[in-house]
Design a protein around this ligand. Structure first.
Ligand code: GAP
Length: 464
């Protein structure tokens, strides 16, 4: 039973320290969020899982960490300066400003029961294009309007990979097919952000650009669509809450030949099944668009000439003696949207023997922010406390472990269940005699007595 709606996760997140509203003490900042002690661990574990799966477990992917601020020409030639925009409309009646293609997702400011444009009083302007890139200036400039110092915060991490294609290729001595993976912040001045961390102006992406021979692109594209569905399910997200969406020709980004989105059921409370889904990630066949536009060499038909680049980003295949621009298959997924889907899917309610409802966050051991909580049954008994603290320190190097004595044992168990800790280890009076502890399973609430000498191995095995 996943969370019934995003609101349930918003309140759990705030209550337990996963995610807080940003700048809260100054009244907040629209759609900005800070990740607390548990949120940062969960996000790090998601990123580690992605990186391990792609960069460490495969033999054909390298990592990269490129700058957030790049030379403005990057965004000129990528096409973002001219095309990375949303159609915007203003309402003269309610003074609202909305994305034309998302009117059905928002409410009229005067009449929240209707969508903008659906009321006779609504008076929408003609749409105009609004560029989503955040502008900044670089260096000590005389004015913020100084065009020569203009720069952008990157709206996707991908371009940093394309402009480093030759660097990575040459230094790692790779051959096509191979990929470059990157995790990092991206920024978009979204017109209608919202739904908690689903759509924000600052977010984090995990993007991988996989360079292939053009004729192999359709097949490899499909392999990545299949592969990512499996990886997402390995995070504990059930197949029933995932589905594929094939973008129509009209929806495709300017660089894409085919894009398939993996959708998650973020809005299970909506009556209309079609409206329950939204994009978790996109997997695009970007063709050779990006490597060509960033190359100093003009295209044969004379279009898209780039006199500013110093590199030709084509690839020479030593086996076939051919030179060509590799096609790019791009699986791109947001850390924040993944975290939200993981939390929603892990959310479970269970009734205890007293008839009380308890929340259990059934995170996989890999993702759980805390793997083990060591709890003393009596905090006024120094020998028990010392033994529990020692256990915490012994376990900590191999698995994230915390010590907690700030409540009765029932309350401590409930707290750990709610944040997804797979195991609680309780030290009691008997432990002092038999050098054993009670290990409690989060999901079954079953308890088992385990000798302290065997504890680390026992937990490592069950967490694996
Ligand atoms: N390089 C391709 C690219 O950026 P995208 O579909 O625009 O494609 C990839 O973004 C992923 O980044 C999305 O599927 C989503 O998970 C995440 N994402 C995009 N915009 C976001 C936003 N405003 N807030 C949170 N996550 C976002």
């Amino acid at each position: 039973m996943p969370a019934p709606n995003i609101e349930t996760i918003v309140s759990l997140s705030k209550r337990r320290g996963f995610v807080y509203p940003a700048s809260d003490i100054y009244g907040g900042l629209g759609s900005s969020w800070d990740y607390g002690p548990l949120g940062v661990e969960l996000a790090n574990n998601i990123k580690k899982s992605w990186w391990n799966w792609l960069v460490y477990e495969r033999d054909d992917i390298e990592g990269l960490d490129s700058s957030i601020i790049q030379n403005r020409l990057t965004w000129k030639y990528s096409g973002h300066e001219t095309t990375f925009s949303d159609p915007l409309v203003d309402c003269r009646a309610c003074q609202g400003r909305f994305r034309l293609d998302k009117l059905q997702d928002v409410q009229c400011l005067n009449h929240p029961a209707v969508h903008p444009g659906d009321d006779k009083e609504c008076d929408l302007t003609e749409p105009r294009e609004f560029n989503l890139m955040f502008r900044t200036t670089v260096g000590a400039v005389s004015s913020d309007e100084d065009e020569s110092a203009l720069a952008y915060l990157r709206p996707e991490t991908a371009q940093g990979i394309f402009i480093n294609f030759a660097n990575v290729l040459n230094t790692s001595r790779r051959k096509v097919p191979f990929g470059i993976a990157q995790i990092g912040k991206a920024f978009r001045n979204e017109v209608t952000p919202g739904n908690f961390i689903f759509r924000t102006r600052e977010f984090e992406q995990m993007e991988m650009e996989y360079f292939v021979r053009p004729e192999d692109a359709p097949r490899i594209h499909q392999e990545w669509i299949d592969g990512f569905q499996e990886w997402i399910q390995s995070l504990g997200i059930s197949a029933g809450n995932l589905k594929l969406y094939e973008q129509s020709k009209e929806e495709l980004a300017h660089y894409a030949e085919r894009t398939v989105d993996i959708m998650y059921r973020y809005f299970p409370e909506r009556e209309d099944e079609d409206k329950q889904w939204d994009e978790l990630m996109g997997i695009a066949n970007r063709t050779d668009y990006d490597l060509r536009v960033h190359s100093k060499k003009p295209e044969e038909n004379g279009k898209r000439i780039n006199p500013d680049s110093t590199e030709d980003l084509s690839y020479f295949d030593p086996q076939t003696n051919e030179r060509f621009y590799p096609y790019v298959i791009e699986p791109a997924i947001g850390v924040n949207r993944t975290l939200l889907a993981v939390m929603m899917d892990a959310y479970t309610e269970k009734t205890n023997e007293k008839g009380e409802t308890r929340v259990i966050l059934k995170l996989t051991p890999e993702l759980a922010p805390i793997k083990v909580a060591v709890l003393p049954l009596a905090k006024n008994k120094p020998e028990i406390v010392d033994m529990a603290k020692k256990l915490k320190h012994d376990l900590q190097p191999s698995m994230r472990t915390v010590y907690d004595d700030t409540g009765g044992i029932g309350k401590l168990y409930a707290r750990q269940d709610e944040i997804g800790t797979p195991f609680c280890v309780t030290v009691d009076h008997e432990s002092l005699e038999d050098n054993a502890v009670t290990v409690r399973d989060r999901d079954t609430w079953e308890q088992e007595r385990v000798s302290v000498d065997a504890l680390k191995e026992y937990l490592a095995k069950r967490l694996a």
